[in-house]
Design a protein around this ligand. Structure first.
Ligand code: CO
Ligand code: CO
Ligand code: CO
Length: 307
């Protein structure tokens, strides 16, 4: 893949049938429990492989850790969480690297494989496609509230568990049905990642605000002003591309909210959209929704209209 479409991971063609996928991601804890942090960081790091229709095969641990101030048992729990997710993904840990650092950080360098006929990029969304999102939005706001002591882990456990959920099932279903384009929703938020996909595909989109799955707690927390820095950055970057209409401020923040280990954002032909939605449901995913559709570029490159 070239750099011009800003796709999720690097693709290296191995032969006529198979390509290697490479991606890396790591970050500081977003939850309190080390084991859950390990799970989320690993699920997040492997997500770009799934977004491209592939499967992770090997993973290397990336660790920064303050050995002097935090016990080895904390690190062991982070790595246990990560290892469980890697195993669940059907991949293996083949090594890693660690450094001493004041603030802990964890993530993975991941190699995956994809059959070239199954490769899904972010650049083939077509006018008339339906846009499907597989996980609710708001994890960035929830993690910020957790850090600030506004909520405790137990209160946001469904969102934490969702962040720890692999995008594997969604990717397998997507590959089986056949879709036009996909990306995963992470740091740039729903609208930021949608914008990249639209630019790469040369189209625009219309999003139906009421159909977008969100964590209700995130909306309430945004209402009282608990909004991460990243929301403002994302909004600023997109100010010329998004027509917000009458969207209320709290929901706006959630749409720009940086996600950690967010869901897949899939562009699927109108004809196959019902099939995709039903297959996701049958596979046990209950939080996905059709959130809008791909429209011709009217007002400029990659314009998103929210209705
Ligand atoms: Co990505
Ligand atoms: Co990434
Ligand atoms: Co080394």
């Amino acid at each position: 893949m070239g750099f011009e479409t800003s796709d999720d991971a690097a693709i290296y063609k191995l032969n006529g049938k198979l390509a290697l996928i490479q991606t890396v991601d790591f970050f500081p804890p977003i939850v309190d429990t080390p084991y859950l942090f390990g799970q989320i960081a690993a699920a997040n790091a492997m997500s770009d492989v799934y977004a491209m229709g592939g499967r992770p095969v090997t993973a290397m641990n990336l660790v920064a850790f303050p050995c002097g101030t935090l016990g080895q048992d904390v690190l062991a729990e982070i790595l246990r969480g990560g290892a469980e997710k890697i195993k669940e993904a059907g991949a293996v840990v083949v090594g890693g690297h660690s450094i001493e650092d004041k603030e802990p950080k964890y993530g993975l360098a991941v190699s995956g494989l994809v059959e070239i006929e199954n490769l899904v990029t972010n650049a083939q969304a077509k006018v008339g496609d339906r846009l499907v999102l597989t996980k609710p939005l708001g994890m960035g706001i929830l993690a910020t509230a957790l850090k600030g002591g506004e909520v405790d882990e137990g209160e946001i456990m469904p969102a934490i568990e969702m962040a720890a959920t692999l995008n594997r099932t969604a990717a397998e279903v997507m590959t089986k049905i056949g879709v036009n384009a996909c990306t995963d929703v992470t740091g740039f938020g729903l609208l930021g990642h949608l914008k990249i996909l639209l630019d790469a595909s040369g189209v625009g989109a219309q999003i139906k605000a009421e159909d977008v799955p969100v964590w209700p707690q995130a909306v309430s927390l945004a209402e009282i002003g608990l909004i991460p820095e990243g929301c403002y950055h994302n909004e600023e970057d997109l100010q010329n591309s998004v027509k917000l209409g009458s969207l209320e401020d709290s929901l706006k923040s959630v749409f720009f909210d940086p996600q950690t280990s967010g869901g897949l954002l899939i562009s699927v032909s109108r004809q196959r959209s019902d099939e995709l939605v039903n297959a996701l449901k049958q596979a046990g995913l209950n939080t996905h929704a059709v959130i809008g559709e791909v429209v011709p570029q009217a007002g400029g490159v990659g314009v998103i209209e929210i209705v």
